[in-house]
Structures are given as structure tokens and as C-alpha cells.
Ligand binder design. Structure first.
Ligand code: H2B
Length: 125
């Protein structure tokens, strides 16, 4: 049986979020993040991306969604619902991938033409 991962106390969770994941919140015992989108297509694409990351990580968030938003809640079942390194690691990867704007990185990728409502799909915050 794999060791039970260490669960952090609230004060450490808050400090780590403030330092590393400022757009995430410690809410109802979970690491919580809300992403806004321009509509259903964007919402489904974001869910799909997070779904892949979760399966690759073998660590799965609770996901809720509607037309223009996706909410993520992370905790570790194997630690009785506590917040562990697994949650912070997956949250960081999700934030990197969903928030990725290659058009701002000057590496040759144009990025989504967000100024055009026909193509914009994530509301970057
Ligand atoms: C049954 C148990 O959920 C699984 O073994 C794995 C996969 N995904 C998981 N996801 C989350 N959030 N916590 C876990 O402890 C976990 N464990």
C-alpha cells in the first residue's frame, strides 16, 4: 500500500497558494479555481485539457461547469480529503496549461486571436 501523502494545515495551504498559485483559493477544504470562457466550446475544451492532465497525473479534481465557466476543486482522497503535494502539483500544471498564451511568448506561435469573437475562447485573467 502506498504511503498516505502528507496533508497540510490551512495556514500552510494559504501561504503556498499566495506564493505559487495566486488565482487559486482554499475554499471548502479544497484548492479551488474558476476559469471563465466565451461559451460552451471553450468550456468543453478546457474540461478536456484538465481531464487529460488528471488522468496522466492519476489525480482527479471535481469539475463543475456551465456555458461560460469551469470550476475545479482539488483534494486528495487517499489523505482523507486533505490537501497534499499532489493537489498543488496538479493545480500548477492546470494553471500552466489553461493559462498558456503562446502568442505572448514570441516563440513563433500566433496564439488564439482573442480580439476576434469568432475565435476567442478563454477569458484570461
Ligand atoms: C481511488 C482513488 O481515487 C485513486 O486510486 C487515485 C486516483 N485519483 C485520485 N484523485 C484524487 N483527487 N485523490 C486521490 O487520492 C486519488 N487517488
Amino acid at each position: 500500500m502506498a504511503d498516505t501523502p502528507h496533508a497540510y494545515p490551512p495556514a500552510e495551504i494559504e501561504a503556498r497558494l499566495s506564493r505559487d498559485l495566486p488565482r487559486w483559493r482554499y475554499q471548502d477544504g479544497t484548492l479551488h479555481r474558476r476559469y471563465e470562457t466565451h461559451g460552451w466550446k471553450g468550456t468543453v475544451l478546457v474540461i478536456g485539457a484538465i481531464g487529460h492532465l488528471a488522468e496522466a497525473a492519476w489525480h482527479h479534481p471535481d469539475i463543475s461547469a456551465s456555458w461560460g465557466w469551469v470550476e475545479i476543486r482539488l483534494s486528495t482522497h487517499d489523505a482523507g480529503g486533505g490537501i497534499t503535494d499532489r493537489d498543488f502539483a496538479l493545480a500548477a500544471k492546470i494553471e500552466d496549461v489553461v493559462g498558456w498564451q503562446p502568442g505572448l511568448e514570441g516563440q513563433g506561435l500566433e496564439g488564439t486571436p482573442n480580439a476576434n469573437p469568432r475565435f476567442a475562447y478563454i477569458k484570461y485573467d
